[in-house]
Design a protein around this ligand. Structure first.
Ligand code: PEP
Length: 307
């Protein structure tokens, strides 16, 4: 599969305030045989179109007691305005059921992984049916730790197949993509993101995208305290939207939420939330504390930037 190399550096700085209508040529890699959305026109406004979403990925952290305490602290905040912000927390698999039982009802629960097929002789795996059975509505797939850790090394195709399985069981998917530091330094950021997304576009139908949220998570920014600058984030998010228009369709480009993930914290979330193509966050470390509530509140910065 060949990709047209982007004129990568030729990206303007992101406006932190303007929600703009976009009309113009895409500057993003498009898989060969597909057309670039040269004449795409859509509103970049997130207001009303793409509900802000904040995910918390607890990874392989916390105990049953610690989850109970954290859920109590999270319950202290007022009810969510779910037409303005959605919140999804992803505990370790053994605590999915417990988390669902102690977590406030207006927060949803995600698994951090699923098995690619149905139940059966698959030692150590967890089928989508089981995740649903304990009240989960989401699953995180394609996280860089599952793509890149040498002991795991999930391939683009395997992740796409898992996504198809999850969707076919009515689970929504946070589909993570992102480049390593080496790939960024080699100018391959967009090629990598497009390669990861194209595997999915080839595997699911255009109608399936309504239950997919993309999480752009540059690997070099995860758990490192280094966050991508607002310009770097907006550049990639905007190009992902262009890619979706070319490889899937304009509707999917306009409606699919693109989250940013990588050392998001109460200190940086409000600036990032104002970016036109940032529709929420996937948060690791900062979701382990009650101050995660401040990241959730950043939906207000998103709304303020939309008007
Ligand atoms: C993540 O694990 O998805 C993540 C973004 O982690 P952190 O916020 O800790 O960088």
């Amino acid at each position: 599969m060949a990709f047209i190399t982007s004129g990568a550096a030729a990206v303007s700085g992101a406006s932190l305030t303007a929600r703009r209508a976009f009309t113009g040529a895409a500057v993003c890699p498009v898989p060969s045989g597909r057309t670039s959305p040269a004449a795409a026109t859509w509103s970049m406004s997130a207001g009303g179109l793409r509900t802000f979403l904040v995910g918390g990925n607890w990874k392989c952290n916390l105990s049953k007691d610690a989850i109970t305490s954290l859920c109590k602290e999270l319950a202290a905040a007022p009810d969510l305005e779910t037409d303005k912000v959605e919140v999804v927390l992803a505990p370790p698999t053994p605590y999915l059921d417990h988390t669902r039982s102690v977590l406030r009802q207006d927060f949803e629960v995600a698994a951090q992984n699923i098995w690619v097929g149905g139940p059966g002789a698959y030692t150590g795996e967890t089928a989508a049916e089981m995740i649903k059975d304990v009240g989960c509505t989401w699953v995180i797939l394609g996280h860089s730790e599952r793509r890149n850790l040498l002991q795991i090394r999930e391939s683009d195709d395997f992740i796409a197949q898992k996504t198809k399985t999850a969707l076919s069981h009515g689970l929504k998917v946070m589909f993570c993509i992102g480049e390593t530091l080496e790939e960024r330094e080699e100018g391959r950021t967009l090629d990598v993101c497009v390669r990861q997304l194209h595997a999915l576009a080839e595997t699911i139908g255009a109608d399936d995208w309504k239950d997919v949220v993309i999480a752009y998570e540059p690997v070099w920014a995860i758990g490192t305290g280094k966050i991508a600058t607002p310009d770097q984030v907006e550049e990639v998010h905007e190009k992902i939207r262009h890619y979706l228009a070319g490889d899937v369709n304009d509707k999917v480009a306009q409606e699919t939420r693109i989250l940013y993930g990588g050392s998001v914290s109460p200190g940086n979330c409000n600036e990032l939330a104002q970016l036109p193509d940032v529709d929420g966050f996937l948060v690791g470390g900062a979701s382990l504390k009650a101050s995660f509530l401040e990241v959730i509140e950043s939906f207000k910065s998103d709304l303020a930037a939309t008007v």
